[in-house]
Write a protein that binds this ligand. Structure first.
Ligand code: BGC
Length: 407
């Protein structure tokens, strides 16, 4: 295992966290569109989410583990389908629940970074046309207005929508599984993409007005397109609707979230069109089938910086699906070294959140394990993996005054 001290020092005040999302960890998200697909008899998803890892009841344990290891930040999401399970019917109990999570994080010394939409929508919203509907932004901003008690004090960073570029291909993805996307991503439906950008801009304006101290951004899946010689122009055109348009839409945001796992090699087909080549022959692949490529993070951050016009960046997801925790540490060490090198070039990066805090529901299957913490699927008992302690050691080095050592 690489020694924590081999990782170059990151600036004081850097956000060090891990990420989760509600549907993937809470369990029984029954009013959501994804839950519907899990149970609609289509068989598109290998497994339903069920109880997930029961973080609905065990979130204090999750936060204890994160804070105890030395982290200072936690990115988690608020579930729209719980807050507004039927159109216009807002749950005061769930608003209080999410406010309790914010307070619980702060009490443990964890700054919350809140995602307001992470892939799942209330079923009623999707049934009435989802993001492509002309009035989708109105429904989204009405939900955000209801979140005022959750967002009012002490929250600094919010992510309006997680990976809009992946969300925009959800209808295709239901037949392939999220895990297969980076190697053959269909082109997003332009009406959905436009609806998401409209909703993000409306959300940004409203949140800034209602909560002037919030820093508003969104997180884009960085596919790290790497053209083979001769495929440069085609790769740029290929990236435009799948990634670039969402980065350009962030130019007036307060920050931009970078989410990076691997790279996507682009070649040309017989008609000169861009095609995804998949991992090189013999490459090591992870449990999601993605190429093991820790350097992706450096490329992703550089691309995000260039296309967004240099706004502050936060790595809101980076990680690896593996049952070999030593490999997770190696991957993370490589990614952090690549990140540091880009920061040395002058790119402003404010933080790093590892995906994920806990092994969780990976959009159709529990097999790909991304967690720093393992969860027993029957008892929901948590067990910290060595990678949690290792990454916590790095965060303690960066924030020696703010956290207690667990060792
Ligand atoms: C998503 C997460 C997902 C992760 C690994 C991202 O696409 O934001 O929800 O679990 O990558 O696939």
């Amino acid at each position: 295992m690489p020694d924590s001290s081999a990782i170059p020092a990151f600036p004081q005040g850097f956000l060090w966290g891990a990420s989760t999302s509600a549907h993937q960890i809470e369990g029984n998200n029954t009013a959501s569109d994804w839950w519907y697909t899990e149970h609609d008899g289509s068989g598109l998803l290998t497994e339903p989410s069920g109880d997930a890892v029961d973080s609905l009841h065990r979130w204090p344990e999750d936060m204890d583990l994160l804070a105890g290891a030395g982290f200072t930040d936690y990115r988690f999401s608020i579930e729209w389908a719980r807050v507004e399970p039927a159109e216009g019917a807002f749950s005061q109990a769930m608003l209080r629940f999410y406010r309790a999570m914010v307070d619980g994080a702060l009490e443990r010394g964890l700054r919350p970074l809140l995602t307001l939409h992470h892939f799942t929508s209330p079923l009623w919203f999707t049934a009435r046309g989802g993001w492509a509907a002309p009035d989708s932004a109105d429904y989204f901003t009405r939900y955000l207005a209801a979140l005022a008690p959750v967002l009012s004090d002490d929250v600094e960073y919010v992510c309006t929508i997680n990976e809009p570029n992946i969300l925009a291909v959800f209808s295709h993805l239901k037949s392939t599984g999220v895990a297969n996307l980076p190697h053959g991503m269909p082109e997003p439906d332009p009406a959905v993409a436009a609806g998401l950008i409209r909703a993000h801009h409306a959300a940004r304006a409203q949140l800034r007005e209602q909560h002037p101290r919030l820093k508003v951004g969104w997180s884009v899946a960085m596919l790290t397109y790497q053209p083979e010689p001769g495929a440069e122009v085609a790769a740029t055109a290929y990236a435009q609707p799948r990634q670039t348009v969402f980065l350009e839409a962030a130019r007036d945001d307060d920050w931009l979230g970078v989410q990076s796992y691997t790279r996507t090699r682009i070649g040309l087909d017989d008609h000169g069109q861009a095609i995804e080549l998949g991992p090189p022959a013999g490459a090591r692949c992870t449990l999601t089938g993605w190429e093991y490529y820790p350097d992706a993070l450096g490329h992703a951050v550089r691309d995000a910086h260039r296309i967004s016009g240099g706004i502050p960046l936060i790595v809101t997801e980076n990680g690896i699906a593996t049952d070999d925790d030593t490999l997770r540490v190696d991957y993370t060490a490589g990614a952090l070294q690549a990140l540091h090198a880009v920061m040395d070039e002058g790119v402003q990066v404010r933080g790093y959140f590892h995906w994920s805090l806990v092994d969780n529901y990976e959009w159709g299957s529990y097999t790909p394990t991304f967690g720093l913490v393992a969860v027993d699927r029957d008892t929901f008992g948590r067990r910290a993996k060595p990678s949690l302690t290792w990454l916590g050691g790095i965060t303690r080095g960066a924030n020696p005054d703010t956290v207690a050592s667990t060792t």
